[in-house]
Design a protein. Structure first.
Length: 102
């Protein structure tokens, strides 16, 4: 192997190397952005978890179809009646998932 062929081979390697890393970085960024988009969501109105109706004093959690009244009490920190049904629903989902695995 002469010097010219070695130099040519090195130039080829150096030429392809950046494009490989650019492609790999682009794929990684695409995967990260897809994951972020799935976690965050689009922010559409249909993705709301909870709505507050101040004139009627009502809180509705759309994930579990729970409607509670006494909105001022919820804002004062009495969140037990909101949190406990969410915990119960989460535990029911876990149990259903375990039952499906068996």
């Amino acid at each position: 192997m002469n010097v010219r062929s070695i130099r040519t081979k090195l130039e080829r390697c150096l030429c392809y190397r950046p494009s490989y890393w650019i492609k790999r970085n682009r794929e990684t960024k695409d995967e990260e952005s897809d994951t972020r988009r799935k976690l965050v969501g689009s922010g559409d109105r249909s993705e709301k978890n909870r709505t507050y109706n101040y004139p009627q004093g009502r809180v509705t959690d759309h994930r579990i179809n729970l409607t509670l009244y006494n909105l001022p009490g919820k804002h004062a920190g009495n969140l037990g009646s909101v949190i406990q049904p969410l915990i119960n629903e989460y535990q029911a989902d876990l149990l259903a998932g375990l039952a499906e695995e068996d």
